[in-house]
Design a protein around this ligand. Sequence first.
Ligand code: NAD
Length: 323
Amino acid sequence: MPDPNSVRVAVTGGAGFIGSHTVEMLVAAKAKVLVIDDNSHPCGEPLPHEAEIVSADCGSEAAAKALIAFKPDVVLHLASKGGVQRAARDPGEHVKISLASTVGLFDAAVRAGAGRIVTASSGGTIYGEGAKLPAREIHKPAPLSAYGAAKRSEEIYMAALGLRHGISTLALRYGNVYGPRQDGTGEAGVIAITCYRLLERAAPRVFGDGGQTRDFIYVTDAAAANVAAVFGRVTGETNIGTGRETSINAVVKRLVAESGRHTKSEFVPAREFEVRRVCLNPARAHRYLHWKARVSINAGLAATWSWFRKRHSAQRAAPLGLP
Ligand SMILES: NC(=O)c1ccc[n+]([C@@H]2O[C@H](COP(=O)([O-])OP(=O)(O)OC[C@H]3O[C@@H](n4cnc5c(N)ncnc54)[C@H](O)[C@@H]3O)[C@@H](O)[C@H]2O)c1
């Protein structure tokens, strides 16, 4: 592993949910960090003062100039707009606002002399239905959704640039990342949304029968995988998951218990383009990055609930001038 003190890392989307945790860990590891974020969906947590911050679209000329000035060794690409549902509503727009910026960023990274690019992909959507579970990276990607197809395209563009310019590239295929700082008011992130609804005294909302499963990964585990990938050298794709699947009903039940409320879920029709089961084999991540998930689902849910509850109380108290 190279000496972190001398590694210069540009992180796109560094103001977001996964990005903010990752930037904190990189700074703690003494890497020099440049954050490029257009602030379209920041998590609200202040970034460490050691990080340099440029407010720009990652595919813009301003971002390209910032990269040339910063001279990154590694570019970690976490910027992205919207999830499965938003991309499905307007796939063409998704290509413009996410994939096009991504490809521009990869090109700018190469021009700025980066020797490594790491990108956030999606193990939850890239394999589609039918993979033998837990899914391994050798399973042929068969995304069902526009979001998954765009993530697979990002992987392909990045690998092509890597081959052409002789730089190392790694795609991280995350499971469902959850934890403190996730936005509970959007349409993605069932754990954050359920915490938010419970605190607002609304019933948890479940799409379909709730028997669908996901590989939930706690955000500090995902951030640790990002850091290991930044400091690593291996090229290719790797799952970032736990190898365990948990149903939506089980997650909701646990959060309801954490909340101490007695409430039933509200079941609404299943959403299109969502796969039934997700479970990612983590063996390659262990081999490539010496990484494995450390936080169990129950510990992660308890920590997430506690964070949402404290933040909710603080937000309630603020207008009243309470400490
Ligand atoms: N959260 C998950 O469960 C999950 C699962 C699989 C993959 N991912 C991927 O991981 C990455 C990070 O996800 P997240 O959950 O932290 O999302 P997020 O929305 O919290 O963070 C994304 C950040 O990128 C910024 N951003 C968006 N478009 C940008 C652009 N064009 N240029 C510069 N900045 C831009 C936003 O302002 C935000 O700060 C994304 O690529 C996402 O698709 C997330």
